[in-house]
Design a binder for this molecule. Structure first.
Ligand code: NOJ
Length: 561
């Protein structure tokens, strides 16, 4: 059944709340997405990952679902959604929806029932336990929520606690209950019947919790991980959903896979495992954020080591390539001087460094114009991650507030969620109303309208790069080899297939960098991609890279086997 179409796909991720508002309420919506499908087609992408559009009270912007078979009214109706998928398919764009089934919203009918009584038929859809201590008023174990504080909430109605690894409005489902697994299978099949091409499975590596829910090793921020990340039944559960749903359609299943490393990736994504097709992994994201949130200095060597390790996975595994999504800061601000003179070269260089790799690349909305992080006052942050950090630090130790502000200025998810910058006017072409969150003031300079007009823009470079990549056998199937690993400035690698070689050279520094390339054995290779208007047409013994310069040279391939 599976054509594995995703191996020749370039994805575009839409975070619907911030993409395009069609009705002036300040919130992006489905009709807004429909209005931009020609733009996406023109960009050249052929698949979309759409962050959740299901009914939700929005405690975590749609990642808390109250009805899996309905659309959030703020985003539109089921009719709008059907029109959207039709219009995507007409343009050759596949649609991958978000599947958030580690937890539901506490406003989901299952949870409403579950909390009513201990013998309610839905009680075991969630994870309820008695508290510790004489009066049971202490949480059942020491696990922490990913949004800070205990992962347990006490519920008066039955005098027990329920587990929530995210906010208290996101109770964890009990996957050990076969009925829950059947519900998930039914939900997937419901959407497949409506034409969806796949799912991005939210925190899917959290679904199986260790028996007895034992205490975790002490850690004030992330406690309990070892008891629920890749837990005891993860493979069995993924395999079941794959067998009873995902494998029955020509799908792409990509799992958000915290804990998936080079060492265990095969067990999750190798084709013969029948679990996930690919994994969104986090080791690259942790190079400059310890524990996923604490900023540490960017180290290019570590970064290259992670990329090279994943590139070297066996051919039965398939990589997900990304720098940005709705949970990560903007890559131009993260890996370089995003507000500097060379922002455009930087954005293009990063694109080259990622899109020439083996795997499926994802462009996150706004990345294709080089959108940057935003400077926010504490009160302007709206996302639950930052607001919870501020709340907790203020409560526990207020003198640390400046550090919390410093960390969030680099790490908050808000940076990715500022409205899409379509033009330089008020509302950025995103809305005619009051935007749900602050628009980056730099939209006067950084926007789609001006990029469309400028042949040297980041946007036009993305179009060129995507067109170069699609259907390109060397990029899809080629081998990978890294050069000059110890170089602290440059990321250089080769992709090769049937005698044709691409040499990819990316300067990650905002300074001139010379590089001897005489050891690569590609003298005379021809320039095929460059992020500066003029670069040496032929590769010699050395290349002289300007700030954030990226070049790709091609050699061989005329004499096919
Ligand atoms: C991962 C999602 O990407 C993130 O936005 C969300 O907060 C958590 N999972 C919880 O669903």
């Amino acid at each position: 059944m599976k054509s594995r179409w995703y191996k020749d796909a370039v994805f575009y991720q839409i975070y619907p709340r911030s993409f395009c508002d069609s009705n002036g309420d300040g919130i992006g919506d489905i009709r807004g997405i429909i209005s931009k499908l020609d733009y996406l087609k023109d960009l050249g992408i052929n698949a979309v990952w759409l962050s959740p559009v299901y009914a939700s009270p929005n405690d975590d912007n749609g990642y808390d679902i109250s009805d899996y078979r309905n659309i959030m009214p703020e985003f539109g109706t089921m009719e709008d959604w059907k029109e959207m998928i039709d219009e995507m398919h007409k343009r050759g764009i596949r649609l991958v929806m978000d599947l958030v089934v580690n937890h539901t919203s506490d406003e989901h009918a299952w949870f409403q029932e579950s909390r009513k009584s201990k013998d309610n038929p839905y009680r075991d859809y969630y994870i309820w336990r008695k508290g510790r201590g004489k009066d049971g008023k202490k949480p059942p174990n020491n696990w922490t929520s990913r949004f800070q504080g205990s992962a347990w909430e006490y519920d008066e109605a039955t005098g027990e606690w329920y587990l929530h690894l995210f906010s208290k409005k996101q109770p964890d489902l009990n996957w050990d209950n076969p009925k829950v697994r059947q519900e998930v299978i039914d939900i997937c099949n419901f959407w497949f019947e409506l034409g969806v091409d796949g799912f991005r499975c939210d925190v899917i590596t959290y679904i199986s919790k260790a028996e007895g829910l034992p205490n975790g090793k002490f850690n004030p921020f992330l406690c309990g991980d070892e008891h629920f990340i890749l837990g005891p039944h993860i493979h069995e559960y993924l395999n079941q959903v794959n067998r009873e749903s995902w494998s029955k359609y020509d799908t792409m299943i990509v799992g958000e896979a915290i804990g998936c490393t080079v060492d265990n990736a095969e067990s999750l994504v190798s084709e013969d495992r029948n679990e996930l097709d690919s994994a969104i992994t986090f080791e690259l994201m942790q190079v400059d954020f310890k524990w996923d949130f604490w900023p540490v200095k960017f180290n290019l060597k570590k970064f290259k080591a992670v990329q090279s390790a994943f590139q070297s996975l066996p051919d039965t595994c398939w990589n997900t390539l990304y720098y940005e999504n709705h949970d990560q800061p903007r890559s131009v601000s993260r890996y370089g001087n995003g507000n500097g003179y060379h922002r455009k070269e930087l954005a293009k260089m990063l694109a080259v460094s990622l899109h020439m790799l083996k795997g499926t690349p994802y462009v996150y909305q706004g990345q294709e114009i080089g959108m940057t992080n935003i400077a926010l006052e504490e009160k302007e942050y709206v996302d639950i991650m930052a607001t919870r950090v501020f709340e907790m630090v203020r409560k526990i130790f207020p003198p640390l507030m400046p550090i919390a502000r410093w960390a969030m200025a680099k790490r908050a998810r808000d940076h990715a969620r500022t409205p899409m910058q379509w033009n330089g006017k008020q509302g950025a072409g995103f809305t005619t109303g009051k935007p749900w969150m602050k628009i980056n003031p730099n939209h006067s300079d950084v926007n789609v309208e001006s990029d469309l007009k400028n042949p040297n823009s980041v946007l036009n470079f993305y179009k060129q790069l995507i067109a170069f990549r699609l259907h390109n056998d060397v990029i899809i199937h080629g081998t990978y080899k890294e050069y000059f690993h110890n170089n602290k400035n440059v990321y250089c690698y080769e992709r090769a297939y049937r005698g044709k070689r691409y040499i990819v050279i990316c300067n990650f520094k905002e300074k001139n960098v010379p590089l001897n390339v005489d050891t690569i054995g590609a003298k005379g290779a021809k320039l095929v991609l460059a992020n500066y208007p003029k670069a040496a047409e032929t590769m010699g013994d050395a290349v002289f890279l300007r700030p954030y310069e990226a070049v790709v040279y091609e050699i061989g391939g005329q004499t096919e086997a």
